[in-house]
Design a protein around this ligand. Structure first.
Ligand code: UT7
Length: 313
């Protein structure tokens, strides 16, 4: 038994900030941002758009696409590092709003690896016969925690949410991989001072960049090896959308063609745990996936953390 994605939803804030606007805020240029990251625009939450409201919008769309009732969900996991409140958690807020009365609800904070960590956690619940239908939501309003005076990080991030419904399915059973390196945690931090001061994200960009370029190909190779799966059978590698240069470098190290690495970081920036489901939905809308396609998903980021999984469409 393994899960299958049966519905995807997304929610993006209306306001779009381009690189020109950023260059009026910090010492940067459109050209630098495009060349070093591939990013042109990002969506920024405003006028009452929150991590919770975006999560609910994406969740409702995913349920509609999956054609299931919220009451049939038995698990909701939200991945977010920008929850409005710690109690009740965002998953419980979604539960209340959509009427998923019997679902077990919790949030996880694994930043950019969070969607894949949540996905792999749902698979573990399914294998343990603890869940048949689950909702996973990645939702972030990073604009609330970005240091808008730090050109080394503020150019990178955007807001948004993505959700998938995962249903139990008789299919192949792949072993996923996850790892955490707490010793390297200083590379990407977000303090929580409980309202005493404004909390900011701080990032050693080149440290995270080097980690990603070295570790993502390695975890993919290991994932394929433990599942005795050949690269040739993978249709797409759907990686966390952090920086186009990271994606290019991973493709090169794996000696795989770039067209197996879809990307939309250009339009949204790095939306952390929302980036993979937002990309999945765009790909699905373009009919890029055919039934039976194998897709590798990889998340990487704060922790430092890494998560990888093979899914069958
Ligand atoms: O989702 C997981 C979390 N985060 C990531 O995956 C981020 C990974 N890291 C990155 O994407 C890249 O490291 C950045 C895009 C953040 C930075 O790119 P970089 O090529 O690593 O630049 P750098 O930090 O090594 O800086 C190179 C130069 C420096 O100037 P000097 O010292 O060479 O004179 C920086 O001061 O570029 C300068 N710089 C900028 N210049 C114009 C840094 N940020 C900017 C900027 N505009 N926005």
């Amino acid at each position: 038994m393994i899960g299958k994605i049966t519905g995807i939803g997304t929610a993006l804030p209306k306001y779009v900030m381009d690189n020109e606007e950023l260059s009026t805020m910090v010492e940067t240029t459109d050209q630098w941002i495009r060349e070093r990251t591939g990013i042109r625009t990002r969506h920024i939450a405003r006028n009452g758009e929150t991590t919770t409201s975006l999560a609910i919008e994406a969740a409702k769309e995913a349920l509609k696409a999956a054609k299931i009732e919220a009451a049939s969900l038995d698990l909701i996991i939200v991945s977010t590092n920008t929850a409005i409140d710690l109690m009740p958690n965002t998953a419980c807020e979604i539960q209340k709003e959509i009427g998923a009365f019997v679902a077990t609800c919790f949030d996880i904070t694994v930043a950019c690896s969070g969607f894949v960590f949540a996905y792999n956690t749902v698979l573990a619940y399914m294998r343990a016969n603890m869940c048949k239908k689950a909702l996973i939501v990645g939702s972030e309003t990073l604009s609330n925690v970005v240091d808008w005076s730090d050109r080394g990080s503020c150019i990178l991030f955007g807001d948004g949410a993505g959700a998938v419904v995962l249903e139990e399915d008789d299919s192949e059973n792949f072993k996923p991989l996850m790892s955490s390196m707490g010793a390297k945690g200083e590379a990407l931090t977000l303090t929580n001072s409980f309202g005493k001061a404004r909390d900011f994200m701080a990032m050693d960009g080149s440290e995270v960049f080097k980690f990603a370029v070295a570790s993502v190909p390695k975890i993919i190779e290991e994932l394929l090896m433990i599942n005795q799966f050949e690269k040739e059978k993978i249709k797409y590698y759907v990686l966390h959308q952090a920086n186009k240069r990271i994606i290019d470098a991973v493709a090169k190290r794996l000696k795989e063609p770039l067209d197996k690495f879809p990307t939309n970081v250009e339009n949204y920036g790095n939306t952390s745990s929302a980036s993979i489901p937002i990309l999945l939905k765009e790909m699905d809308e373009k009919n890029s996936f055919k039934k039976g396609d194998y897709i590798v998903m990889v998340g990487f980021g704060a922790g430092l953390s890494l998560g990888a999984t093979i899914l069958k469409w």
